[in-house]
Design a protein. Structure first.
Length: 214
């Protein structure tokens, strides 16, 4: 009887060990997945400008870009503000980005517009102010999310879908965005095209190079 009981106990311990080993092997994958998402979210944060590029090529303006985390209890959200560097009190673009991971290799940066966005100018300096902004006051730009792939440590690259992001700016029919994100810079090429596929707005030669300032 003692021999039988001992054998049963040994089997239970072994099964438990195998289950523990399985759980342990599963966890690193989940941790690595979350780590890559947080890596992307982290390197997107900060203040940037295109001053260097504008000095080399006069067809590019010196643009400021501020991207700071908000709504920390809701997920990975960034408040984004762009302006001519000399006129930062009058931004031409204010958005909220939501950064998520769709699968083991694809990440998404969804874009939201903000109701009464002029009320939030400069609030990247005090991100907690956005705690008073509700989800009813933002609108997702369907089809305008940028899908990104990880190419290496702190290096992500991607673009919007083909003709999925509608735009009426300057007579455009749709807009495209090509984005490359690295630890020290963000390269962003936003362009608008009319119904015939003709380029109607945005840089012609290539993307803006935003160097990180902090």
């Amino acid at each position: 009887m003692k021999s039988i009981l001992f054998t049963l106990c040994l089997l239970i311990v072994c099964v438990g060990c195998k289950q523990s080993e399985k759980n342990t092997s599963d966890n690193p994958t989940e941790l690595n997945t979350d780590k890559e998402l947080q890596e992307l979210f982290s390197i997107m944060q900060g203040s940037f400008n295109s001053e260097v590029q504008s000095q080399v090529d006069s067809t590019y303006f010196n643009i400021s870009l501020h991207m700071y985390p908000i709504w920390e209890d809701k997920g990975n959200f960034l408040y984004v503000e762009q302006a001519l560097n000399a006129n930062q009190d009058r931004p031409y673009r204010q958005r909220i980005y939501e950064v998520t991971q769709l699968n083991d290799s694809i990440f998404s940066s969804a874009i939201y517009t903000i109701e009464n966005d002029s009320l939030w100018i400069g609030k990247w300096k005090t991100p907690k102010a956005f705690d008073s902004l509700t989800i009813d006051q933002v609108v997702k730009k369907e089809g305008c999310e940028v899908l990104l792939k990880r190419f290496g440590s702190e290096h992500f690259k991607g673009q919007t879908g083909e003709k999925t992001c509608s735009s009426q700016l300057y007579g455009a029919s749709y807009a495209t965005s090509e984005v490359e994100i690295l630890s020290d810079k963000i390269i962003s090429w936003d362009r608008g095209f009319d119904a015939n596929g003709d380029h109607v707005w945005g840089a012609e030669k290539g993307g803006y190079i935003f160097n990180k300032l902090d």
